[in-house]
Design a protein around this ligand. Structure first.
Ligand code: DAH
Length: 353
């Protein structure tokens, strides 16, 4: 029997349509064009046909074999092409433009603190850190701030709720870095209570005040405190150290001046101004046409404070200072509003990256 060639053709082409892989194609070839395929077997049986139909059948068999072989070749090429394209797609396209990465940056306050501390480090100061949550005693009493001093006002201080018991000492978020002075002195004097070592430290850190937030005041800000204690430390050491620091910080020709002031923990007390580095002292809106910028508070450590730190004021003297990195950053970059520092607006922060 000869197969129905029309049906065989239809089936073969339909099956070929479904072929997706080289393996499936090879299976198809064996099934329809292999030695045992019905079409190929039919060639062997041509001799059994009468001469009138043999010729015609041979021609049809040949034509179908030819057509299927053609279809096979075309399919093989298509598969190869598809495979190549898949492979190319999986490769890196080195001509694609890169995706921009956005690296983080340090906060402007951090940059200023680092610069301040770096300059003091060059001058022989160590960094001493202490807690942001303080005993009221350290934040005020031991710094010679009496119970009714205005700085202790409820308006200015965040008190920490420590529970209902009355015998728990009051706890505050520190309103300045000055309590670090007591921690530093107590630490160093504990090393050798009879003959405490000299101290030269800076104390950077976060401070908190319960205030109305405005363009000029925030409830959270940083300070950098400084403390020097030793034998024969004098006011001229304070002036020399801070003037030198100002020149290293703001420029070698910058002038400084000291004005008398008052702080409970220093006596005498002063404030240091630097010549306006924006107008060079000629007068501009930033220095309010005075030619000077107020940079820090300072003074000789009060004898009572030295004693509270374990240093005998008969044998030791010292000076201290405190400054606001946000304020210094605002002056350096002409930032008009302190609220930018905590607003986390990338348009502001990215300018310092
Ligand atoms: N603690 C002061 C404040 O928060 C700043 C200050 C002034 C610190 C004078 C000092 C100093 O160490 O000597 O305003």
């Amino acid at each position: 029997m000869f197969p129905d060639l029309d049906q065989l053709r239809a089936e073969a082409l339909q099956e070929l349509e479904r072929v997706q892989t080289r393996e499936a194609l090879e299976a198809w070839r064996i099934r329809f064009l292999g030695r045992k395929a019905p079409l190929m077997q039919a060639f062997g049986r041509l001799g059994s046909l009468p001469a009138e139909t043999r010729r015609e059948m041979g021609r049809r068999l040949n034509a179908l074999r030819e057509e299927l072989t053609q279809a096979y070749e075309t399919k093989a090429q298509a598969l190869e092409q598809a495979e190549l394209e898949r492979e190319l797609a999986a490769r890196w396209d080195v001509t694609l433009p890169g995706r921009p990465v956005s690296p983080g940056g340090l906060h402007p306050t951090t940059l200023t603190i680092r610069k301040i501390v770096q300059v003091f480090a060059e001058m022989g100061f160590q960094v001493f850190r202490s807690r942001e949550v303080e005993l009221d005693e350290y934040n005020f009493q031991l710094l010679n701030i009496p119970p009714h001093h205005p700085a202790r006002d409820m308006q200015d201080t965040f008190y920490v709720d420590t529970g209902t018991e009355d015998d728990v000492p009051p706890v505050v978020l520190r309103t300045h870095t000055s309590p670090g002075q007591i921690h530093a002195m107590r630490y160093f004097s504990s090393l050798n209570p009879d003959d405490p070592p000299p101290i030269r430290v800076v104390l950077p850190g976060m401070c908190f005040r319960y205030e109305q937030i405005t363009a000029r005041s925030e409830i959270q800000f940083t300070q950098v405190e400084g403390l020097v204690v030793g034998r024969h430390v004098r006011f001229s050491d304070l002036k020399g150290t801070l003037s030198d620091w100002a020149r290293r910080m703001f420029g070698p020709n910058v002038r400084t001046r000291f004005r008398a002031s008052h702080f409970p923990f220093t006596e005498p007390s002063a404030e240091m101004d630097v010549e306006c580095f924006l107008c060079g002292g000629k007068g501009c809106p930033v220095c309010k046409y005075t030619g000077w910028l107020e940079i820090l508070g300072c003074g000789m450590v009060h004898p009572e404070v030295l004693r509270n730190g374990g240093y005998d004021p008969e044998r030791y003297t010292g000076f201290a200072f405190g400054m606001g990195p946000e304020r210094i950053t605002m002056l350096l970059y002409r930032i008009q509003d302190i609220r930018y520092f905590w607003a986390n607006d990338l348009r502001f922060l990215e300018q310092f990256a």
